[in-house]
Write a protein that binds this ligand. Structure first.
Ligand code: ADP
Length: 596
């Protein structure tokens, strides 16, 4: 089963996810806010431009009514000269064509139209009374007036600019220019910006969006409705029943060109003070929402990227730390192992020292043991010349008594010879029993063999064993004479032991040089060494002999001694065929050559 991740890790991951979500949200909010503010500024600028274009469209005709009112033909038409109206009509039609005004007309102070540019059309204003229009009343009262309204005759909306016509300081009529604003409306309809123009009562009269036309922004008061009805401003439109655009008071249009969703559009308005109008514009928020989402997405991606980099670096750090730990661990192990090795080396050195010490003791013990075993031979070696000495001295004494001085002297000489022989034997035994290993020196192989055989001779004779020494060439080895004798004697004693039950016992000793090594071979025709014992015979204290007869040290000590001199002790044996023990030692000549 998979182990659940530790709580700390989950908390960290949750915190990171939360941080990314927070960063994304803030990026989205900031981008939305910035976009919204940018869009607002753009929309404000656009509304300024639109307002200017509306104003300049009106401004173009601002002085036209006053200029027209000064014309003689107009004055004549107003002062009632017969036939004067025809001239005024023509004049007004000409001015209309030249200025591209919608219509021009002149009214008497009673509001009756006496001349008009459309005098010859079906919807001619001539003969009609527009006394109820505020622009007429304003012109009479203040000298000029301006007013937007739907034409009661033509049903065409337009902006009316009026000016009082004076003669000799008194008002004799009112000249009016009607400006068509359909061009502006058409331009708005085709523009990307959503724009509406509302009058001072809040009634939309100019818009590219037809469903909003002639609808109030908010519910109209009774006074306002009365006013509109009296001035027949929107003649033919039932404003009392029209649904207000911002009817529910939320400040948002319910039906919609700009969408019911409060977040989908931004609404701005500016005032056109000259007429108390308000120009309202709207723009979709969709593009900035898209870019805000894009920014938020990028923030999220950046956050995730940062986290990934963070995770990657953390992972790497952990990996490096793990490697360093592993490295440290290995180094510690190497140090431990080195210390262990040092300890082992030290242990071995100590063991070797102990072994050497033990060996020295053993060699000594073995020597004493060998002496013990040789005691018979020794006793014979010493007692035989001693009794001979005694006899000789006794004979010398008798001869001396007889006065045979010459013969006595001869016996004395023989006695001295015997005493010397005893001396020599004792000296040999003393040196054999000496404890020191003895210095390495060139040793005559022939002499060593002869001395050893000499020591074993008595027992060999006793046992009836013939020891044959094959002719030995003049060989010298680097060793110690006493030690070498001891080794050869050990081998001889073992051989004597081995042949003790043999029918025709025989021992052969030979020596030869081969490849800088001298080999001394001791062969017997004993029973040989059983295969299963061959590995063990050179072990210390291994013996097949009866208790007291053998210590089991002979071979191990011999091997140690030969090893000390840089040689080796080996054997060849076949059951029933006897055994051959081989002592190999470096030839003295070879050692000298190597040293040179
Ligand atoms: P020890 O002679 O006191 O027994 P050694 O170390 O000299 O101790 O010899 C160990 C054993 O090796 C002997 O007990 C004997 O069994 C065997 N051995 C040694 N030399 C011979 C030999 N020449 N022939 C047969 N066996 C031998």
């Amino acid at each position: 089963m998979k182990k659940p991740p530790p709580l700390g890790r989950i908390t960290i991951l949750a915190a990171i996810a939360l941080a990314i979500a927070a960063a994304t949200l803030s990026a989205w909010l900031a981008a939305s806010e910035t976009g919204r503010r940018g869009l607002q500024t753009t929309l404000d600028d656009e509304l300024q431009v639109l307002a200017r274009s509306v104003e300049s469209e009106i401004e173009r005709f601002r002085y036209l009514p006053a200029v027209v009112g000064r014309d003689g033909r107009i004055v004549a038409a107003l002062t009632g000269g017969t036939g004067a109206a025809a001239g005024a009509n023509r004049y007004l039609a000409e001015v209309r064509d030249d200025t591209r005004a919608d219509e021009l007309y002149v009214m008497t102070p009673d509001g009756l139209t006496v001349a008009a540019s459309n005098h010859d059309e079906e919807t001619s204003f001539v003969g009609r009374n527009y006394r109820f229009r505020p622009y007429f009343q304003d012109a009479l009262a203040k000298g000029e007036g301006r007013y937007y309204a739907v034409g009661v005759t033509t049903r065409k909306p337009g902006y009316f600019l009026s000016s009082a016509v004076r003669q000799n300081g008194s008002v004799i009529g009112v000249a009016v220019v009607k400006v068509d604003m359909a061009g502006i409306e058409a331009a708005w309809r085709n523009s990307s910006i959503f724009a509406v123009l509302a009058d001072s009562d809040g009634v939309v009269f100019l818009t590219g969006h037809a469903p909003w036309k002639y609808r109030p922004l908010h519910a109209l008061s009774d006074t306002a409705l009365d006013d509109i009805a009296r001035t027949r401003k929107y003649d033919g439109v039932d404003l009392a029943t029209a649904t207000p655009i911002f009817g529910d008071g939320t400040g948002l249009p319910a039906d919609t060109a700009i969408g019911a969703d409060a977040q989908s559009h931004i609404l701005r308005s500016i005032a056109i003070p000259a007429d108390g109008w308000r120009l309202i514009g709207a723009r979709s928020l969709a593009p900035i929402q898209t870019s805000a989402l894009l920014v938020a997405g990028m923030a999220a991606l950046a956050g995730m990227l940062a986290c990934s980099i963070g995770f990657y670096l953390r992972q790497r750090r952990q990996l490096v730390r793990a490697k360093l730990n592993e490295h440290d661990r290995l180094e510690r192990r190497v140090e431990e192992r080195t210390a262990e090795l040092h300890r082992e080396v030290e242990d071995r050195r100590r063991a070797e020292e102990e072994l050497r010490a033990t060996q020295a003791t053993l060699i000594q013990t073995a020597k004493l043991a060998a002496l013990g075993r040789m005691s018979a031979a020794i006793v014979h070696e010493v007692s035989q010349p001693l009794s001979a000495l005694e006899n000789t001295l006794a004979t010398a004494g008798v001869l001396a008594e007889r006065g045979e001085a010459g013969a006595a002297g001869g016996k004395m000489q023989a006695a001295r010879e015997m005493a010397r022989r005893i001396q020599r034997t004792v000296k040999l035994l003393r040196s054999f029993a000496r404890k020191e290993p003895g210095a390495r020196e060139p040793v005559s192989v022939e002499r060593s063999i002869a001395e050893a055989v000499e020591l074993a001779r008595h027992r060999a004779d006793q046992d009836g064993v013939g020891i044959v020494i094959e002719p030995v060439p003049a060989l010298t080895v680097m060793a110690n004479a006493v030690r070498l004798e001891q080794v050869v004697l050990n081998l001889l004693v073992n051989a004597l032991d081995a042949v003790s039950g043999t029918e025709d016992p025989a021992i052969q000793i030979s020596a030869a040089e081969r490849d800088g090594m001298v080999e001394i071979r001791v062969h017997d025709n004993g029973p040989g060494i059983p295969a299963e014992l061959r590995e063990r015979i050179a072990e210390p204290f291994f013996t097949t002999k009866q208790t007291g007869e053998g210590l089991g040290l002979g071979l191990s000590i011999s091997r140690a001694i030969v090893g000390e001199f840089g040689g080796a002790l080996t054997f060849e044996s076949e059951e029933g065929q006897g055994s051959t023990f081989v002592v190999s030692l470096p030839a003295a000549a070879a050692v000298r050559e190597a040293a040179e």
